[in-house]
Ligand binder design. Sequence first.
Ligand code: NAD
Length: 481
Amino acid sequence: MKTLLGKGQIETLTTHYIDGAFVESHGKEVMDIIRPTDGQVIGRVTLGDEEDARLAIAAARRAFATYGRSTKEERAKILRRLHEAASARLDDLTAAMVEEYGGVVQFAGLIVQAGVNAFLATEKALQEIPWTRSWDKTTVTLEPVGVAGLITAWNANALFICLKLASAVAAGCTVVIKPSELSALQTRVLLEALHEAKLPKGLLNVVTGRGDVVGAELVRNPNVDKISFTGSVAVGERIMRDGAATMKRVTLELGGKSPTILLDDATLDKAIPTALIMAFLNSGQACAAGTRLLVPKSRLDAVKQGIRNAMRAFTVGDPADPKTAVGPMVTQKQFERVQSYIRKGIEEGAEVLVGGEGHPEGLDAGYFVKPTVFVNVKNDMTIAQEEIFGPVLCVITYDSDEDAIRIANDSKYGLHGAVLGTDLQRARHVASQLRAGRVVINGMTDDPQAPWGGFKYSGVGREYGRYGIEAFLETRAILEA
Ligand code: NAD
């Protein structure tokens, strides 16, 4: 079967993927899939219930009895097969992301490619992990934690599924995935692709459903050993609390309010477009978006002028157009959330430099917002402290490098950060003092072997490369007398 995303066609999804096959949903609730560019219904998905989740968990548990004892070579082979299978549907996956949540095509393409690459990057990491260490009469081995529940956010759903699946499979775990209910179409395309990898039955199971139904069942079910979650702080807190009853191991990839520090030796012509790209990543709906831009007080006027000029390149519109930089918000609710924060910013005394409330001109139909830059922002304002998850940038001034570091770290979050400057030594020194899981210097770059995850409220644990695999492992020592 091949999902077609033709215009005007309504896709109907009624199955989950359990024990190696697409099976009809036990749950009966039907949810509309709405296209964010115009609010039209483009599909209907039947949501799973607790029974679907339990069937999937049972299949994963059965499969773990065998797969949990697989060799490194067998796991590597499976990762290569997954990579090949997912690669075959790259374009369909990108199209589904653009259609279903309005991801701009340039970014959606990168996200999908990163997801597909994760299988090979994880295979590389698998080869590098010291699986067994022995000394004297002691042998230490790394063992799979068991059945893993993988719960994803909508904003890069395909990437999260591929990444979490790759790490779990490399560790020898079997999985039940609960994708975001806002990503049913993308998940379906990805699943059709992964089905072709002909995995051992029960290794991969996917149940689409509500978080408080299917997700909650994964969290409380004693046959699930580990939860790897990407999403909001509120749900992350709940998973940690509810998972405690069955001693769940948890990895939580949560939100952010990431700082970009523009040092006073930065070349503004380069630094400002870079800062804006980081702020408006995925139309601002990115956990790592650099939504606080810290600038030296002495350069504020030049920065303001630079932002006004550079913002002309950040066009809002059809996400399928490669020239578009900012697409719609994912839902009406998200549109309203962004509007309410823009209002709040104005009420709290921040000044709108670019953008503001309402729809951009000529884009009234969908969930489009105006990319907005605030100046005169104090770091204790709501818009500088809370994650908005939309294209809203706060410009905050500082007096010295130490002051910039203090402001950057004055946040409950610590997921990502950026430093922009000419003197690399100085930029590195500043980067090394940021309380964040990842800091980039002079551009939004990535390395699939480098860990990803947050300090403080941005989460618990790490993903990517060997760090991601280790999150699905237990350590066992055998000692001979
Ligand atoms: P969300 O927390 O609303 O939902 C995430 C997932 O959790 C969904 O699949 C949802 O159905 C499920 N869920 C909801 N309630 C649940 C429950 N009680 N038990 C189990 N699962 C439940 O988040 P979202 O709106 O999908 O995503 C946006 C958030 O995700 C933002 O805060 C963003 O920063 C964060 N995020 C973090 C990263 C990262 O790598 N750190 C990446 C992307 C997004």
